[in-house]
Ligand binder design. Structure first.
Ligand code: AMP
Ligand code: MG
Length: 534
């Protein structure tokens, strides 16, 4: 069956399922007010209507894989995507979860502004949840408003789709709808709140269950919910493991560890920094979830974090991500001791995380360098490179992409090699003196490794291009699209979406998006530093 050729149907022609709602324990309390919700896996809650929903952006690629036709800018479907109307068959709910935030147990959190509408079966026969982010309060909203601002919604919409096309496991985004309502945010946390335009993103994933959904059941000693949710996740999302039970739980935990390792290795490969790796932001399916104050490395700096809330501790900086994911898995393991009595089984899963991360990351590094995996494993080629990249501000994306163009032959002109990499340096004076010598020395060594493996140069370039994206969603690019959209022009969102769908391809018309961060963006909020206020 050639799915893309099937006719697309309007969203309101779909049949919506409610497997999650049917299978798991509902909150017995039905009041939509902030409160603890003991014994609930989720709370049924209706989205809050928006005043004037208008479709601003749409992911055609995702829509095609779901079989959904692009809706009109206004009308029934735009209303549904804003939370203003609920279609027959939808049983909207907010999930209850807890989490460790910045290393500390935070108690009950839950979907404070996310509401799942229902599930549809996509064209591959997979169940997909449609979830609105920013569609109003739920019992888990605590002191907040359940809303999302346009800037953060544009960022979530674009990044979800960009990550997918980079080959990074992620939740997706189908639509971005403006609500016509103002949302008040104190963006700089400086006591000067301002009203911003509100928006709703419709996110799509097989499930949005997080580590934190299990942690809350452990913290509140809800063994029935723990078992029910684990069984549900295994049955519907890890079906190859077999019938859920004491036999399958260890294998399931190990598989969560494995998937998490692969996800984080991809983040490291493309230079993505999540920014808030709290355990409530870790997907049980190993998907990148909750795009908030994330960022992309420009200058290669393992200590960099885009999140201003984390500027002091740098807990969630680029280079910390592999360890933090491991720590988060230990929290999940702690919760799962309710199901898995033998601690050795949990340790085995954690060990699998370490092994998988190491192997995957080494293989990815090898591909990034166009070398065979065993070459990169030994010697100091990689550590030397990382130290060189950090010594002078060097753009990660440009450096690795351009490295493919280096002439590695013995008689290559050494100055020409440096010229190829020139654009990657933020300060061209870095290419004088000692740093230049160091870089040239490393390139010599690298070229020798390349020659030793006697591969066709074209084959090496192909491999490198497939591992090193040409286009990533640099913060300043997202910010320019935000500025334009705020002024009423959504065309830059569309443009970025289209360019990022072909992130590994040379796109001569879009060379302006293969560029270092411009100076104006160095310290501009939204470009280099982001607050959690969204
Ligand atoms: P985050 O770190 O952004 O993933 O959010 C942590 C918790 O705060 C989650 O429970 C969110 O649902 C909740 N939250 C964040 N922003 C809002 C908001 N504007 N309204 C209600 N809940 C929110
Ligand atoms: Mg979150």
């Amino acid at each position: 069956m050639n799915a893309p050729d099937l006719p697309l149907r309007p969203l309101d022609a779909f049949e919506f399922d409610d497997l999650f709602v049917r299978s798991l324990s509902a909150d017995p309390d039905t009041r939509n007010i902030s409160r603890p919700a003991p014994r609930a896996v989720y709370s049924r809650v209706e989205p809050t209507a928006a005043s004037t929903p208008r479709l601003l952006a749409w992911s055609d690629v995702l829509a095609r894989s779901l079989g959904v036709a692009r809706p009109a800018e206004t009308g029934l479907v735009a209303d549904v995507l804003a939370g203003s109307r609920v279609l027959p068959g939808m049983k909207p709910y907010a999930a209850r979860y807890g989490g460790h935030q910045f290393g500390n147990w935070a108690g009950q959190l839950g979907d404070g502004r996310a509401i799942t509408l229902g599930e549809i079966i996509d064209r591959n026969g997979l169940r997909q949840e449609l979830q609105l982010k920013g569609a109003g309060k739920t019992p888990y909203s605590r002191h907040a408003d359940g809303r999302a601002v346009l800037r953060s919604s544009i960022r979530e919409f674009l990044c979800s789709e960009a990550m997918f096309h980079l080959g990074v496991p992620t939740t997706r985004a189908l639509s971005l709808v403006t609500t016509g309502d103002g949302v008040v945010r104190d963006m700089f946390y400086d006591g000067r709140p301002a009203t911003e335009p509100g928006a709703v993103v419709c996110r799509v994933a097989p499930s949005f269950v997080r580590f934190g959904n299990f942690e809350i059941f452990a913290a509140e000693d809800e063994a029935d919910n723990m078992r029910a949710l684990a069984d549900w996740v295994i049955r519907h999302h890890y079906p190859t493991l077999g019938e859920p039970g004491p036999e399958t739980y260890p294998a399931w935990f190990a598989e969560v560890c494995r998937r998490t390792a692969v996800m984080v290795a991809h983040w490291m490969r493309v230079g993505f920094v999540h920014g808030v790796m709290n355990t409530d932001n870790m997907s049980i399916l190993g998907l990148t979830i909750d795009y908030g104050p994330y960022g992309w490395l420009e200058g290669f700096d393992p200590g960099w974090t885009p999140n201003t809330t984390d500027a002091q501790g740098r807990r969630y900086a680029y280079g910390q991500q592999p360890q933090i994911a491991y720590w988060n898995l230990t929290r999940l393991a702690g919760a799962l001791t309710m199901l898995i009595e033998n601690e050795a089984d949990l340790h085995a899963g954690l060990e699998l995380y370490r092994e998988t991360f190491e192997q995957t990351w080494s293989a990815m590094l090898a591909d990034k360098l166009g070398l065979h995996a065993d070459t990169v494993m030994d010697g100091s080629l990689v550590s030397d490179l990382f130290s060189i990249l950090q010594a002078e501000e060097t753009d990660m994306t440009i450096f690795f992409r351009r490295l493919a163009d280096i002439d590695c032959s013995e008689k290559a002109d050494k100055d020409a090699r440096i010229l190829v990499l020139r654009e990657a340096f933020y300060d061209s004076s870095a290419l004088d003196g000692a740093h230049l010598l160091r870089l040239a020395g490393w390139l010599d060594q690298y070229a020798a490794w390349v020659r030793a493996q006697a591969e066709e140069p074209a084959a090496r370039v192909t491999r490198m291009h497939a591992a090193n994206p040409k286009y990533v969603l640099r913060n300043w690019m997202a910010q320019q699209a935000i500025d334009a959209a705020t002024a009423g022009d959504a065309s830059q969102i569309e443009r970025l979406l289209t360019v990022l769908q072909r992130a590994y391809d040379e796109q001569p018309d879009n060379e302006d998006l293969f560029a270092r961060r411009p100076e104006w963006a160095r310290n501009r909020p939204g470009c280099s530093a982001l607050s959690c206020s969204s």
